[in-house]
Design a protein around this ligand. Structure first.
Ligand code: PLP
Length: 464
């Protein structure tokens, strides 16, 4: 048994400093893979803290992936450092103690890095793949790569026509490109009242005017949009029919058809952002299928493979393809061919199918757990959603709760950054179910959220 007494780093709650010391001990090699950590009571006595502090420290180190608990035996250093998510390794001390429910990320799984590794091995072993990965390519990507990406998204239920697809550097790039070819500074662009901040930012950078369209649990309110159109129709509508980020709302089938009819009536371009889409049952018809002549469909590898690849697609009507090519060329010539080739190999690896299956099942289990634990607050989350929207009880404020939760080690998002217009943001939290390292960490975060919500809020009265 390891007789190990950590030296605690400065600052922060004691359990976090102990968890940090465990991480540092592993990184420095003081604790080797497979070593058993001291029994909790022994370490508590040695450090002069309560046993509860040690329990929390070990749970935090477990959540971060440094150690594993074996029932009836104790807590052990993980067998291989490769199992520890890089975000928790050295050089990332800031959020080490936090359970992240603030970032929209797919759930961690070792096969994510293994899939990437296999794709890279494939490329280095194949002269033709190496050539495709290292030479300049046409702006929209070469024909073979476009066909491979189209086939992948076709297998998920999206357009599979490579002749209308350009390869992008991820979903955010797709949004920026779409706005660039569709609008001029000063144009009116609309979106759901709460929408993806990356769109708001891109529209502001392009000097566009924003129009907020009311929404509810069934997504964008098309009748409200019709009333706004009677005054002045927007040139472009950006929306996320499969999963509104941050509320998780889905646009129902009737509204999809009404939206397309309205867009045709007022000649509105549609940008359909499907980055958050996962192929589960009961998905509505994509807008690009209903109105291919006026829809720009955005997809990405970020939420299915990994965000760091920066590879996505934009499927657009033929008449826009030349302008899109020019815009890509003006920005960066093309999406980096090495990344595109890597993404193509990874998509074609049978392991990526298994990973997607696992991800859908894992998110469903996490969603069920969260809906059950927080049932008293009537959270919203559709099937296939990686997000849970938590309206707050009367008298509680999102910003206050975000701070209280951060102090207890849980990171969440408030609606503020998602607000399109100047209407006050609703008092709610967005909880992302993907990033916690496992269901145990998620359960720990949900318990903390439940406890913080049940506490009587401190008086905000601090001024005259
Ligand atoms: C709705 C939506 N669109 C686009 C993006 C950005 O995607 P990417 O990482 O591929 O740029 C995100 C990221 O979370 C998103 O939620």
């Amino acid at each position: 048994m390891t007789i190990w007494t950590p030296e605690l780093p400065e600052g922060g709650p004691r359990y976090r400093r102990i968890a940090e010391a465990i991480a540092q001990g592993i990184e420095r090699g003081e604790l080797a893979p497979g070593d058993k950590l001291p029994p909790q009571r022994q370490l508590a006595d040695r450090l002069g803290v309560t046993i509860g502090t040690i329990t929390r420290a070990y749970a935090t180190a477990h959540h971060q992936g440094w150690v594993e608990s074996r029932v009836g035996s104790g807590t052990y250093v993980r067998r291989s450092i490769e199992e520890i998510p890089t975000s928790f390794r050295a050089g990332q001390p800031l959020d080490r103690g936090m359970i992240d429910m603030g970032m929209s990320l797919p759930p961690p799984h070792p096969s994510r890095t293994q899939g990437l590794q296999r794709a890279l091995e494939h490329i280095t072993a194949s002269p033709s793949a190496l050539q495709a990965a290292t030479e300049y390519q046409p702006e929209a990507g070469n024909e073979t790569q476009r066909a491979r990406i189209a086939a992948w998204q076709g297998s998920l239920g999206f357009p599979d026509d490579p002749s209308r697809l350009v390869i992008t550097q991820g979903g955010q790039h797709g949004i920026q490109l779409a706005l660039q070819v569709l609008s001029q500074p000063g144009d009116l662009v609309a979106s759901d009242t709460l929408t993806y901040p990356g769109f708001i930012c891109a529209a502001q950078q392009a000097h566009l005017r924003l129009m907020a369209v009311p929404m509810d649990a069934n997504g964008l309110d098309v009748d409200a949009l019709a009333r706004l159109c009677a005054r002045q129709p927007p040139r472009v509508l950006y929306t996320t029919p499969d999963l509104n980020n941050p509320t998780g709302a889905q646009l129902d089938e009737t509204r999809r058809k009404q939206l397309v009819a309205l867009a045709r009536e007022h000649d509105i371009w549609l940008i359909e952002d499907a980055v958050q889409y996962l192929p589960v049952a009961n998905r509505g018809t994509p807008l690009v299928t209903l109105a291919p002549e006026r829809t720009l469909h955005i997809f990405s590898t970020s939420k299915i493979l990994t965000g760091g690849l920066r590879v996505g697609s934009l499927t657009a009507p033929e008449r826009l393809l030349e302008r899109l090519g020019t815009a890509i060329r003006a920005q960066s010539w093309m999406a980096p061919p090495l990344m595109v080739e890597t993404a193509c190999h990874w998509m074609e690896d049978p392991g990526s199918r298994e990973l997607l299956h696992w991800q859908i099942g894992e998110l469903a289990a996490r969603r069920e757990l969260a809906l059950e634990r927080l049932a008293a607050y009537q959270p919203l989350s559709h099937e296939g959603s990686s997000i849970l929207w938590l309206p707050l009880p009367a008298g509680r404020r999102s910003s206050e709760l975000q701070i209280l939760l951060a102090r207890r080690g849980v990171k969440v998002s408030t609606p503020e950054p998602f607000c399109m217009g100047s209407e006050p943001a609703p008092q709610a939290l967005r909880l992302c179910l993907g990033p916690p390292i496992d269901r145990e960490s998620l359960a720990q975060a949900l318990t903390i959220i439940d406890e913080v919500l049940a506490e009587v809020p401190a008086s905000p009265w601090q001024t005259l």
